[in-house]
Write a protein that binds this ligand. Structure first.
Ligand code: GLU
Length: 285
């Protein structure tokens, strides 16, 4: 199936989004916001400590990936971080503070994101994170904002074409703290699984011949094929990976603000715009 079709098929998001503001998603100014002078005008308590803190400090601190093309990738030359998750962070900054640039990005990995949220280093996780029961014990998730599924990336011409080819002796690369690592152990128990700190390290290892395949969400793997067209996503998806943003447990005030924003973005077309910008085709309704 072609990339666009695959996205389409997997994208039946009941999600929503709408930048109340036409936020200039074309620019890549993802740098931390300049410290803003003065407190925002509205100093009344929001009922959410996180929102109060964001307003007091004048910026949202979002935990995002720096290793994931299309969702959150740092360009080492410019220092800019860009992707779908980054634009989502800008939209929240705009919603809460009226300015998408009142945003500080902090790098998280699959392994560090929940601890960093819990210890207060970040206000929210926006990092290709699958909603699941285990994680729901530790964080509160927003509504689904993207639907992915786990798949395989191989060098073009590889004999591995599906999960059934991951027999004894094959090496599969993935990332620590991801559902991808858990799932592949369960679904290909004979394969040897090697875990890396982040997706760029895993991809570098694949290219260096340290493994036969790399496994994670198709969304992330498609980003890698854009980085190196000698690699291809094969075999379709073998899990559902619905992405949610995550806030600290019990932070219902902040959760509601983000969920309301998602609904607005869906109804005013902003979500589709963001989707087209990063994924290339509009999700089917
Ligand atoms: N969506 C999967 C997860 O949340 C894989 C991508 C990632 O590691 O962030 O674990």
């Amino acid at each position: 199936m072609k990339l666009g079709q695959m996205w389409k098929a997997s994208m039946v998001l009941a999600l929503a989004v709408s930048l109340v503001t036409a936020c200039g998603t074309k620019d890549n100014t993802n740098q931390a916001a300049q410290p803003q002078g003065g407190a925002p005008a509205d100093t009344a308590s929001s009922g959410s400590k996180t929102i109060d803190d964001i307003k007091k400090r004048g910026k949202l601190v979002a935990g995002v990936k720096y290793d994931t093309k299309l969702f959150g990738l740092k360009d080492p030359a410019s220092g800019n971080v860009e992707g779908f998750d980054i634009d989502m962070a800008k939209a929240i900054a705009k919603k809460v503070l009226g300015d998408e640039n009142k945003l500080e990005l902090k790098e998280v990995t699959s392994k560090t994101r929940i601890p960093m949220l819990q210890n207060g280093e970040i206000d929210i996780i926006i990092a290709t994170m699958t909603i699941n029961e285990e994680r729901k014990q530790q964080v509160d998730f927003t509504d689904v904002y993207f639907k992915a599924g786990q798949s395989l990336l191989v060098k073009k011409g590889s004999p591995i074409q599906s999960i059934n080819d991951l027999k004894k002796g094959t090496k599969v690369l993935t990332v620590k703290g991801s559902t991808s690592a858990q799932n592949i152990r369960a679904k290909a128990p004979d394969a040897t699984v090697l875990e890396f700190e982040n997706y760029q390290d895993a991809f570098t290892a694949l290219k260096a011949g340290q493994g036969d395949a790399l496994t994670t969400d198709n969304a992330i793997l498609y980003g890698m094929t854009k980085q190196d067209p000698n690699y291809a996503v094969v075999g379709g998806t073998f899990t559902d990976e619905p992405y949610g943003m995550a806030v600290r447990k019990g932070d219902s005030g902040f959760l509601k603000v983000v969920n309301d924003m998602l609904k607005e973005m869906q109804s005013n077309g902003e979500y589709d715009k963001m989707y087209e910008k990063w994924i290339g085709e509009k999700p089917s309704k």
